[in-house]
Design a protein around this ligand. Structure first.
Ligand code: DLL
Length: 435
């Protein structure tokens, strides 16, 4: 299949031209926020930086960072760069950690966001002849509205399903012959499982999935692709409410990282401890500056997502830098008895051992020592009520987890489909330590 682009002149722009475009937009944006957003002006004054000091992207590092706490402090209107009467929409973070943040959009901001999602849909082979089933939540969460807007822009037939009601999802998927599925990877897995169990899978023709909003692994990708079968491909999409929503970065046919929409967002990787900017190829915290957003510009916003950026040439012909899958967050990283543990490491072990990504991690502190328990669903194939066998399987997982994490984690195998499924982001961690 020849690679298709939604905005070819931008998506394949030579890198020096992208940098020039970014520099021009950055200079304008900094002048704009200094004049119109008091918290940015105050921070820049405190750091001794004036808009005149910013001549291009080479000066970006001079600017202070913005954090989620800044947005919470300025809730709801403090970070607005436009009069409220110019705004047409709000969206809000899903709030898996802490208090919600509210983001504002002008009509131009919505158009830009839709375009980002249209690029993502086109990159997975979507055209006006496709039927795009969107089962991300609609409402304050950005998943549904973002992919919905992108699908309209491409001209595809859009099924605005929102999340939940799996039977109805599968019914529409069959009856309306959906070809592109947009939802969280954990829900995609659940939909595929349910389709297999009910036999619906024989009438399903999903050719591509656009899955994001939560961490997932390469193993899970293969698993979802195998479950849907017929050559179906699962693609990653990344975004966050503060920056716009889904479509900040998206995967192409290469499935080797997500292209950041660099005409709208400048990505940096920093050392989360020192704030120092790290070169491409280094692992660190992802930071974004929005250079075209009107209502709610973000300057050097710290995402807390840990990843790697690469400017290596992509076989798809796109020139925008690629980000790796987030490898965890600076804040959901669990420290168990001094050891850093990422839920994605546990997931990798489970999938390698033939389980599915249906698990829950429970962390507690007993007698001043951290404990970690992992509840894991048996697959129907592995399911047995022979307690001896279950104990053996648990032992095997304990030892695989030990070699991955370096610490002991208690494993409890539970019957298939007994861990509550989420229709949005999966709730993987219950930390009872209240640290
Ligand atoms: O999750 C936006 C989104 C919707 C992205 C649909 C993709 C698809 P928030 O609720 O603000 O926005 O959460 C943002 O989710 O900082 C990451 O930690 C995580 N995240 C988003 N996409 C991915 C991904 C939406 N592809 C936070 N892989 C981000 C891993 C992701 N984590």
């Amino acid at each position: 299949m020849a690679e298709k682009y939604f905005t070819p002149e931008i998506e394949t722009m030579p890198r020096d031209e992208i940098k020039k475009l970014q520099s021009e937009r950055l200079v304008k944006q900094i002048k704009n926020v200094y004049e119109n957003v008091e918290p940015y002006r105050k921070k820049m004054d405190a750091a001794g930086v004036k808009p005149e000091d910013i001549h291009g992207i080479e000066d970006l590092h001079l600017l202070p960072f913005t954090t989620k706490d800044d947005l919470r402090d300025e809730y709801p209107y403090g970070m607005l760069a436009r009069p409220l009467s110019d705004c047409v929409r709000i969206q809000s973070t899903s709030g898996t950690t802490g208090k919600r943040v509210v983001a504002f959009y002008t009509q131009n901001d919505i158009d830009m966001w839709d375009e980002c999602c249209a690029r993502a849909i086109t990159a997975v082979g979507g055209t006006k002849d496709d039927v795009v089933q969107v089962c991300y939540g609609y409402g304050l969460f950005t998943g549904g509205p973002g992919l919905n807007g992108g699908s309209h822009k491409v001209g595809s037939l859009t099924l605005p399903m929102s999340s939940g009601n799996t039977d109805r999802q599968l019914q529409f998927m069959q009856d309306l012959k959906a070809t592109i599925l947009c939802c969280t990877p954990s829900y995609a897995e659940y939909l595929a499982e349910s389709a297999i169990n009910t036999g619906a899978i024989d009438n399903i023709h999903i050719k591509a999935g656009i899955f994001g909003a939560e961490a997932w692994t390469e193993e899970m990708r293969r698993d979802i692709e195998n479950k849907f079968g017929r050559g179906m491909k699962a693609y990653d999409i990344y975004g966050l409410t503060e920056i716009t929503g889904p479509g900040v970065a998206f995967e192409c046919s290469d499935q080797g990282g997500m292209h950041v929409n660099e005409d709208y967002f400048i990505a940096e990787i920093i050392d989360p401890k020192t704030g120092e900017v790290l070169p491409y190829g280094s692992k660190g915290e992802l930071v974004f500056t929005t250079i075209a957003k009107e209502a709610f510009p973000m300057i050097r916003y710290r995402t807390r997502d840990i990843c790697v950026l690469s400017d290596s040439q992509c076989p798809c012909g796109r020139t925008h830098v690629r980000m790796s899958k987030p490898m965890g967050r600076t804040d959901d990283m669990l420290i168990i008895r001094g050891v850093n543990v990422f839920p994605s490491q546990i997931e990798t072990v489970l999938l390698e051992q033939g389980y599915e990504a249906n698990y829950q991690i429970i962390v507690d502190r007993v007698n001043n020592s951290d404990t970690i328990d992992v509840n894991v669903e048996m697959t129907p194939e592995k399911f047995t009520d022979n307690l001896g066998k279950v104990a053996d399987m648990e032992k095997q997982l304990v030892s695989a987890l030990k070699s991955m994490l370096g610490i002991f984690a208690k494993v409890h195998l539970v019957a298939p489909r007994t861990i509550a499924r989420s229709e949005g982001k999966a709730v993987r961690i219950i930390d009872n330590r209240k640290l």
